[in-house]
Design a protein around this ligand. Structure first.
Ligand SMILES: [Zn+2]
Length: 323
């Protein structure tokens, strides 16, 4: 009986095996998360050294850098481990170039930024403008968080003008419980403790505005953060998808001038974050210091993942608020 069953399924199995062999290269390509910019990430094996482990997800190769480059440097300076993930490869984010060459260019830009920040970075090989909140992507996010053994996860809110930002936000939220479930993606060991999940700041008002729990002074690292902004030339010098020919520098002098403009415009932006959340800065740093802070980044704890006490948040997870 048993033999006859085997006999009857063997031809089907052989066809399946043939199909798998024939499509193996394609399957490998589809399953490989990141041919772009992953060497550094692969080289950085998580260690159990008692330091914090932070992973941030941004939709494009510049989002994490803008929203969290400063706090990343502050963590890194204390020996904590930070990784930025761009969930798309940015391959349509320019007015003049696109596809593989743009994805490679933008990967190099965030690698340069990561060198400045002293952190790891990875760019997923998903087309810009096309990330979807699928089961396949949920698994990728869960595995990245687990492999990094994250204590803290940062990502965008889902109120946003850009579909990639929205769906990156959804995917981070979708991972916020699944990372601790042992039988979801059992090939990567689940986390025993759920990380704390936080949102980057944004300006969207509906259905609810961003409300910061943490506003971090980045005065000590502002010049390096501006250096990093300036190396992301495809976006901030040349204008990305909404740029034009006149913005491409024709020589070193024009490039230096353009980079100076990028630095000044971001300087004003991080200054306005500090001014916007001045009350919170004073609450966190005390009256004297809080009033003097010039530049800041802000974060809101999500309702998903672990809910730390205010004390743990201020002293252990974001250990920057000496008064
Ligand atoms: Zn973006």
């Amino acid at each position: 009986m048993r033999k006859s069953i085997f006999g009857s399924i063997t031809p089907t199995l052989s066809v399946l095996v043939l199909l798998i062999v024939a499509y193996a290269p394609l399957a490998a390509a589809a399953g490989s998360r990141s041919p772009l910019g992953s060497e550094r990430a692969r080289a950085a094996k998580p260690e159990n050294d008692g330091k914090l482990r932070i992973i941030a997800f941004g939709a494009h190769p510049d989002d994490c850098e803008i929203r969290a480059g400063g706090v990343a440097m502050l963590w890194a300076a204390q020996g904590h481990h930070v990784k930025f993930v761009s969930t798309t490869n940015g391959d349509i984010g320019h007015f003049k170039m696109a596809g593989g060459p743009l994805a490679q260019r933008r990967t190099k830009e965030v690698q340069e930024a990561a060198e400045i920040f002293g952190i790891e970075t990875e760019v997923l090989d998903i087309h810009d403008g096309e990330i979807m909140p699928t089961l396949e992507n949920r698994k990728i996010f869960v595995k990245l968080i687990r492999e990094w053994k994250a204590d803290i996860v940062l990502g965008p809110r889902t109120n946003d003008y850009h579909p990639d930002h929205r769906y990156t936000g959804v995917l981070v939220q979708d991972a916020a419980y699944m990372v601790i479930c042992p039988f979801f993606c059992p090939d990567v060991p689940h986390l025993k403790t759920n990380p704390v999940f936080l949102y980057f700041s944004d300006r969207f008002q509906k259905p609810n505005p961003f409300e910061p729990d943490l506003v971090v002074a980045i005065d000590d690292v502002i010049e390096r953060k501006l250096d990093a902004m300036a190396v992301i030339e495809s976006q901030f010098v040349e204008g990305g998808g909404s740029g034009n020919e006149s913005r491409i520098p024709k020589n070193d002098r024009e490039r230096a001038a353009a980079r100076r403009r990028v630095r000044e415009s971001f300087r004003r932006r991080f200054e306005s974050t500090a001014n916007q959340y001045r009350d919170k800065l004073i609450e966190l740093y005390g009256e004297k210091k809080g009033k003097k802070i010039r530049y800041a980044e802000a974060f809101e704890v999500t309702e998903y993942g672990r809910r730390p006490s205010a004390e743990e948040l201020k002293t252990k997870l974001f250990p920057f608020f000496e008064k």
